[in-house]
Design a protein around this ligand. Structure first.
Ligand code: PLP
Ligand code: LYS
Length: 440
């Protein structure tokens, strides 16, 4: 059980004081349910971890790629976090949510002119510049508008985080950022300092995602400081901000052992302070960008159980009314999840089954080995836990499945924050065929 999850007297999973079987009945399934008390708890853990350091300048920016909707951005804003966006769409959502533009940071390895113009016109806090092409274009766009923009440069420190290859980004062979060890970053710092309309505030790095140890962060920070010292000496550049990205791990299953938030922050602050002292540099503001660890564990996806297929001696498949369209992570990263039968949460989970999605793909299996009660059958409500990050945000319309609804629950109340798509929503953008009227 995570966050506010409990089991009711009738044996139903309850989240935020709301019976999940009732939620399924009211809003339909599949349904993303967010335990907002847990989101707030996580946010506060980050804030408290930094607040322990008197005089330290810090920012926690929520990485909205993990889950971006108007309501979550409003919640995050209420709690005073900054925001990381990676596209015009995420930026637009943030602006529509009333997120203060000055606290928005814009990422991405291939931002379009339109996206950069949207950011400039909204007057966002800063742009994290990823490559030489962007450096040049951003300078030109600022010049054309006769304005300045604060920037960070994203660097690649050559550190391999111990995580899945596809979500590892700090190593040398990555599409992101300026590599440190081949001189690209040195050149970018010089160009940025010379650019009349760009104000180089600092450096950004992000070594990967779902990281369970502090070693990768520490190594990346040490590497960056060795360059920061050189840049100070050679170009008189003082790094005022060091953004170490996100990637703090969460517990998807009992095999995952993430560290408490405080441990990551303590290690980051300790190595920053130590490096500054050793190199006689002033301590920069420390920024981080957690996404998964703010919203991941708070999310649960509810499904309705449908067909069962028992292959004697091989396995039993329990099919649900969603799958890879609402959670691509098992198919994409071989990610593991845990599930429980929300409508029989008090019965012993004594049967091992595979939970299959409904997409027309043999690989659409959400969980290869889940333990469910023997009695679990069609009509039961199944809860897949820990789906709050990169579930809704990576959802697709594969097989023309409408995207599920999203509800927030807290203190016995639920609120619909994204309505379920209808079939009409699916064809809303479609245009009837006009060409090739070859029937005449
Ligand atoms: C630049 C950057 N910052 C922050 C994040 C958020 O990562 P996570 O959700 O693992 O905290 C990502 C995604 O991996 C990222 O690419
Ligand atoms: N989307 C990925 C992580 C990559 C995040 C962006 N750099 C996940 O579901 O784990």
């Amino acid at each position: 059980m995570r966050g506010t999850q409990t089991i009711s007297a009738s044996g139903h999973l309850v989240i935020g004081g709301v019976d999940t079987v009732e939620l399924a009945r009211e809003y339909g399934t599949p349904l993303y349910v967010y335990d907002t008390a847990l989101i707030k708890e996580r946010i506060n853990q980050y804030k408290e971890a930094f607040a322990a350091y008197n005089g330290m300048d810090w920012q926690v920016a929520y990485a909205s790629k993990a889950f971006s909707t108007i309501a979550i951005l409003q919640l995050v804003n209420e709690f005073g976090l900054s925001l990381d966006v990676v596209s015009g769409g995420e930026l637009y959502t943030a602006l529509k949510a009333g997120f203060p533009a000055g606290r928005i940071h814009f990422h991405g390895n291939n931002k379009s002119d339109d996206e950069l113009i949207l950011a400039l016109d909204a007057n966002i806090g800063n742009v994290i510049v990823d490559n030489f092409y962007e450096l040049e274009r951003l300078e030109d766009l600022c010049a054309a508008k006769g304005r300045e923009m604060e920037i960070l440069l994203r660097v690649t420190p050559g550190v391999e985080a111990h995580t899945h290859e596809f979500i590892m980004t700090g190593h040398d062979d990555t599409k992101f950022g300026f590599n440190l060890d081949n001189g690209m970053a040195d050149q970018a710092v010089q160009l940025a300092l010379k650019a009349p309309h760009l104000i180089l505030k600092g450096i950004h790095c992000h070594i990967g995602s779902q990281i369970f140890e502090t070693e990768g962060f520490v190594r990346a920070i040490r590497v960056i400081f060795s360059y920061a010292e050189k840049w100070k000496r050679s170009f008189d550049f003082s790094m005022q901000v060091l953004n170490v990205g996100g990637g703090f791990g969460i517990r998807y299953t009992e095999e995952d052992h993430p560290l408490p938030v405080k441990n990551y922050i303590d290690s980051i602050v300790a190595v920053v302070t130590e490096e500054c002292k050793a190199r006689a540099l002033s301590v920069p503001a420390v920024w981080i960008e957690p996404g998964r660890s703010i919203v991941g564990e708070s999310g649960t996806t509810l499904y309705t159980v449908g067909a069962l297929k028992d292959i004697p001696g091989i396995r039993k498949y329990v099919s649900v009314d969603g799958g890879m369209a609402d959670n691509i992570r098992p198919a994409l990263y071989q990610a593991h999840y845990e599930a429980l039968c929300a409508s029989r949460a008090n019965e012993p989970a004594d049967q091992s089954v595979a939970i299959a999605g409904k997409c027309c793909e043999n690989g659409d299996v959400l969980i290869k080995k889940a333990n469910l009660p023997e009695s679990c059958r069609a009509g039961d409500i199944l809860a897949v836990l820990c789906t709050g990050a990169y579930g809704y945000s990576m959802a697709s319309h594969y097989n023309r499945l409408p995207n599920p609804a999203v509800v927030f629950v807290e203190n016995g109340e639920s609120q619909l924050v994204v309505r379920r798509e209808s079939y009409d929503d699916l064809i809303r953008m479609d245009q009837p065929l006009k060409m090739f009227s070859s029937h005449e």
